[in-house]
Ligand binder design. Structure first.
Ligand SMILES: C[S@@+](CC[C@H](N)C(=O)[O-])C[C@H]1O[C@@H](n2cnc3c(N)ncnc32)[C@H](O)[C@@H]1O
Length: 343
């Protein structure tokens, strides 16, 4: 393994530890010390410091990720064992390959946080279930389209996309457009469809999303799932706990999996992957992006959402184009509805 590959591997380990820390706290934590012996950071006049700084700006250009001083210092430390010439030639090689080359991917992967869980932000999902989805179903019934389209943008390992799919299926049952059978789940009535798209820049996260299997436990993806929704996740593996067998792995039920698809997509794009969505969720993604990148993403989301459609942002995200939306669910839950005509 050459020194650059070793560095990328170590970078991944540091970020994995960072993600574990996030999972425990539920809030961004300082990046913990790497598990290997840290090399001293190089001096500011070291040519490698400038090289790493330039590299981070490439990452920001490609993926929008805001590189903080803390993160940059950690990366500087990680590259400290790499010679200036080797680092320089690797960066020159990187700049010649396309932005979606596996080595850029590895670097971007190392810098992204994939923390997520089912039913994150319940008030927002309750608003969808009780108000937005009934209105959407009524709208598509009236227009004869009979199809609901949802996009989870920055879906990480899939929990958000599956949560939205479950809520939509449930709303269809309540609206009399689907039936839930004990053995085979929810069946949409003739002519109706739901299509949920999950996208992310991380192919590793998407592989896990497509697999649709999740471990259980107190800090798992099920930590906030309402008890009545556990039926959508039949157990596929069990482990002994205090003398009884408990589910240790659950799989998303087939009726939910059937309506969800995943594909890679970098939100720093000139146009959306598809158009005409009724609901778009882009939560806990823009907090990691540079302000200019977040504005690009919001333009993409706006173009993908049909007029009258609903936009779900994270708790700290603010709208780049407020005149194009009306806030429909108060300040804490941040649901915005795209106006038919901007004000
Ligand atoms: C913390 S997760 C959020 C997951 C989910 N939306 C939620 O709220 O639970 C952030 C995700 O955004 C993705 N991401 C970051 N930059 C991106 C970009 N430029 N394009 C697409 N996805 C990106 C990361 O790969 C990561 O999976």
């Amino acid at each position: 393994m050459n020194s650059i590959e070793k560095t990328l591997k170590e970078l991944s380990q540091v970020m994995a530890a960072h993600r574990r820390a996030l999972a425990m706290d539920g809030a961004p934590a300082p990046i913990p010390a790497p598990v290997f012996e840290p090399a001293p950071a190089f001096a500011l006049d070291d040519p490698r410091a400038a090289a790493v700084h330039g590299l981070m700006h490439d990452v920001q250009r490609i993926a929008g990720i805001q590189v903080s001083d803390v993160l940059e210092q950690k990366i500087v430390r990680l590259f400290a064992e790499t010679g200036a010439d080797e680092l320089d030639s690797w960066i020159r090689h990187l700049r010649l390959v396309p932005d979606d080359h596996p080595q850029w991917q590895a670097l971007v992967e190392s810098l992204t946080v994939h923390e997520t869980y089912f039913h994150r932000d319940r008030p927002q999902l309750d608003y969808l279930a009780n108000t937005a989805l009934p209105a959407i179903i009524e709208h598509v019934r009236r227009t004869g389209r009979r199809s609901i389209r949802i996009w989870s943008a920055g879906c990480a390992t899939g929990e958000e996309a599956f949560s939205l799919a479950i809520i939509a299926l449930d709303a269809m049952v309540r609206a009399g457009c689907a039936d839930e059978l004990t053995n085979s789940g929810i069946h949409l009535r003739r002519g109706w469809s739901i299509d949920v798209l999950g996208t992310d820049i991380s192919e590793t996260a998407l592989r896990r999303a497509k697999h649709a299997e999740y471990s259980t436990g107190s800090l798992s993806s099920f930590r906030d799932l309402p008890q009545d929704l556990i039926r959508f996740f039949p157990a596929v593996e069990f482990a002994r706990s205090g003398g009884t067998l408990e589910p240790s792995l659950r799989r998303v039920r087939d009726d939910v999996r059937r309506i969800v698809r995943f594909r890679p997509f970098n939100l720093i794009a000139s146009e959306p992957p598809e158009f005409g969505f009724d609901i778009i969720a882009c939560r806990n993604v823009m907090i990691y992006l540079a302000p200019s990148a977040a504005r690009t993403v919001q333009q993409v989301l706006h173009d993908a959402l049909r007029p009258g459609g609903y936009l779900l942002l994270g708790p700290t995200d603010s709208l780049a184009r407020p005149s194009h939306y009306e806030m429909v669910a108060g300040t804490s839950t941040l649901v915005h509805r795209r106006r038919e005509m901007p004000e």
